[in-house]
Design a protein around this ligand. Structure first.
Ligand code: MEV
Length: 310
């Protein structure tokens, strides 16, 4: 048996604007992972991928390329890249990253499957080759992705990401403690990104200025991370949430959790990812961590995780 995995992610600053060329800062959440295990099967059985969390089993066929599910697309892209025939393998996928919640579950599952399949075929791929395959799958199933999710998930390092620019890992001074609260409401990033695009087209100047303002926050956020300045970073996160509200991607539940976190002493809070459900993040100090966590649960969070950036 061969095993591989990939982490979830959060966007610290800059989601949505990043689709329009602005920078974003994203960090991996290594405690939440998608895992894939490959087992050799009976000759002639072909390649099967079972994802119990998604409730899917895919029997991969080389000939059927239309309307294939994401896991079939992942497997076919790997076989095409490696120029290899269908192997006899069973791949089982498990993920503890909440699905459709802005934590990158789709990209993490794709990355884990690519890793395990290429290892089982004894052709380990370089991270950038893996990143390109996962990005291709994101493009098929997520409309117009910026590429930030697959990049932070594949490299499993904090990134300062600008679409089309060379990869930049994030220099961080000190450590920053975040709480991630799940609204329990699933949301399709694809649909939200499409909605923002429709909104943008109604008034490109106005919404373009919002994207520019978000980009400025991200640049300041980079400095705050380099200067170990949690107070400034928190303020920038909360400002970013207001811009995301103007893009109509927040929701009653997300706003409620952001308000509860701030009232309980968080240094800053915002939705994270596509929005309209999914997750929000709060930056906390050691002193406020417990109070903010309790406040988030009281305010209706389905689950609260913590993660440290250092
Ligand atoms: C989703 O995690 C981040 C978005 O900006 C979409 C993208 O960048 O592809 C909403």
């Amino acid at each position: 048996m061969i095993q591989a995995s990939a982490p979830g992610k959060i966007i610290l600053l800059g989601e949505h604007a990043v689709v329009y060329g602005q920078p974003a800062i994203a960090i991996p959440v290594s405690t939440l992972r998608a895992t894939a295990q490959a087992f050799v099967s009976t000759p002639g059985d072909g390649l099967n991928i079972e994802a119990s969390d998604l409730g899917t089993t895919s029997h991969i066929r080389l000939e059927s390329r239309e309307n294939e599910d994401p896991l079939s697309a992942v497997a076919l892209l790997v076989l095409e890249k490696l120029k290899l025939p269908l192997p006899d393998l069973n791949i089982q996928v498990h993920s503890d990253i909440p699905l459709a919640s802005g934590l990158g579950s789709g990209a993490a599952i794709s990355a884990a499957v690519v890793r395990v399949l290429s290892s089982a075929l004894e052709h380990k791929l370089e991270d950038e080759e893996l990143n390109q395959i996962v990005y291709q799958v994101e493009k098929i199933y997520h409309g117009m992705p910026s590429g930030v999710d697959n990049t932070v998930i594949v490299y499993e390092r904090p990134v300062y990401f600008i679409r089309g620019n060379p990869l930049e890992f994030l220099p961080v001074q000190g450590s920053f403690q975040f709480l991630i609260a799940n609204t329990g409401i699933s949301s399709s990033t694809r649909l939200v990104v499409e909605d923002v695009n429709r909104l943008y087209k109604t008034d490109p100047d106005y919404y373009g200025r919002i994207f520019d303002s978000i980009g400025e926050l991200v640049t300041k956020g980079l400095l705050a991370l380099q200067n170990d300045d949690a107070v400034v970073l928190g303020t920038l996160m909360s400002k970013n949430h207001h811009y995301l509200q103007q893009l109509t991607v927040s929701s009653h539940e997300l706003d409620g959790l952001v308000e509860a976190a701030l009232d309980a002493g968080a240094l800053g809070a915002k939705l994270s990812g596509g929005g309209r459900g999914g997750n929000m993040i709060a930056l906390v100090s050691q002193d406020s961590l417990v109070a903010v966590k309790e406040a988030l649960l009281r305010a209706g969070a389905a689950r609260v995780f913590d993660t440290i950036l250092s």
